[in-house]
Every structure is written in C-alpha cells, then in structure tokens.
Design a protein around this ligand. Structure first.
Ligand code: AKG
Length: 215
C-alpha cells in the first residue's frame, strides 16, 4: 500500500488509534510442525485497502473460483512455473507486504510470486500440497474479508486431520513439515462450525506469497 502510515503490528504508541492496537496473537499447532497462525496480522482498515487494490485488477476465470497471479503465472494443470511465465514485478501494494513478511521473519526470502484467490460462499480449494519443484519452502497466506476453516491432513496418515479457523486479517505460514507433509484444503460449503458456533461465510480473498524456484 503506497504511503502506508500504519504499521502492521501493534505498538505502545498512544497516537495510534485503538483499532490498530488489537493484540496480534501467534499460535503454533503442536501436531503440525511448521504451521504458524498469526491473528490480526492486519487491521480491518488495511484489509479494506488491500481489497480495493485487488478489485481494481483483472481476474482470471479459468478455475471455479476467480484468481489473480502476480510475479509469475502458475500453471495449475502442468504444476509448473518457469521464466517464460514471468509477468513482471509485484505491484507496490504487494511488494510492501512481501518485504514485511521477510523483515518480520515470517518468510526466509522476499516473495516474488503472489496468487490472489477469491472464495464466494460455497467455494473452496481441494486438498493439495503446493508444487514442490515450483516454490521454495515457506508459503504465507493472508485472509481478507471473511473467516473460513482450512483443513490440514497428513499426506501419509489421512486419519490425522485438523481444522484451523482462519479469521479475516490473519496470516498463516506453512514451512517444513506443514509445507511438505500436510495437505491443506478449504471445504466447499457456505458456513463453518467452530467450537459449537456456526460462522456463515462471506466473500473471502486470500493473498498467498511464494518464492519461485527458477532454473
Ligand atoms: O486461500 C488460501 O488461504 C490458500 C490458497 C491456496 O492454498 C493456494 O493458492 O494454493
């Protein structure tokens, strides 16, 4: 976001409005090593600004859900990305976030590829592990607009399955085991049950940051 004056992180600075002082809580899951979940990574205001950027851009409509690809186009069918798929630098509003993810230690390198996914109620993404030869270890995904449950299933032992509630404004980071040994999916449904409460889904947009392996 150009000229962004806000930090993504809470601060003691009394001049910062209360909305930006929401506590950022990080959760790691004992059963899924390498999975980090950061609540309130960005504020509601920052979500709205990011959504405004997203909504100015063109959507690709070749999947069941709409997507946008930045940096490199990813070929879902061939599970491939190479220099011929380079579509240019990340736009400034994504570059700022990529650099922040690196500087705050969430990603070991600055991401050079971002996929924006849009999920309307009733849309999801099937269980998968992100292409191993295409992208480096750590992958980070920012949720905007709506909550949803993401299920993690161990690739060798399908009885190991854990739902993780992704709140709007949260960040999820997959590295090591979580990146390579666990499938993640967003079930196709219109609402999620979490701790006995029903959460109807609204439009959710995610920004997923990756570092491409080239050559
Ligand atoms: O929507 C998300 O948070 C995850 C997206 C995802 O898994 C993908 O693009 O491969």
């Amino acid at each position: 976001m150009e000229n962004r004056q806000m930090s993504l992180f809470p601060s003691e600075d009394k001049s910062i409005p209360p909305q930006q002082l929401i506590v950022k809580k990080e959760v790691t899951l004992r059963d899924i090593p390498g999975l980090r979940y950061i609540e309130n990574y960005i504020t509601e205001d920052e979500q709205s600004k990011l959504l405004a950027h997203v909504d100015k851009e063109l959507w690709l409509k070749d999947l069941k859900r709409r997507v946008q690809h930045y940096g490199f186009k990813y070929n879902y069918k061939a599970r491939k990305v190479d220099m011929s798929m380079r579509v240019g630098e990340l736009p400034e509003w994504l570059k700022i976030l990529s650099v922040e993810l690196y500087e705050k230690g969430y990603m070991p390198k600055v991401a050079d590829q971002v996929i924006v996914n849009e999920y309307l109620p009733g849309q999801g993404i099937s269980a998968h592990i992100d292409c191993e030869p295409c992208f480096q270890d750590t992958i980070a995904s920012l949720s905007l607009g709506s909550s949803c449950i993401m299920n993690f299933t161990h690739k060798l032992d399908k009885t190991k399955k854990y739902p993780v509630m992704l709140d709007p404004g949260s960040l999820i980071v997959l590295s090591d085991e979580a990146r390579y040994n666990w499938l993640h999916e967003i079930p196709v449904r219109k609402s999620d049950m979490w701790e006995g409460v029903k959460y109807p889904r609204q439009r959710r947009v995610s920004l997923t940051f990756r570092k491409v392996i080239v050559g």
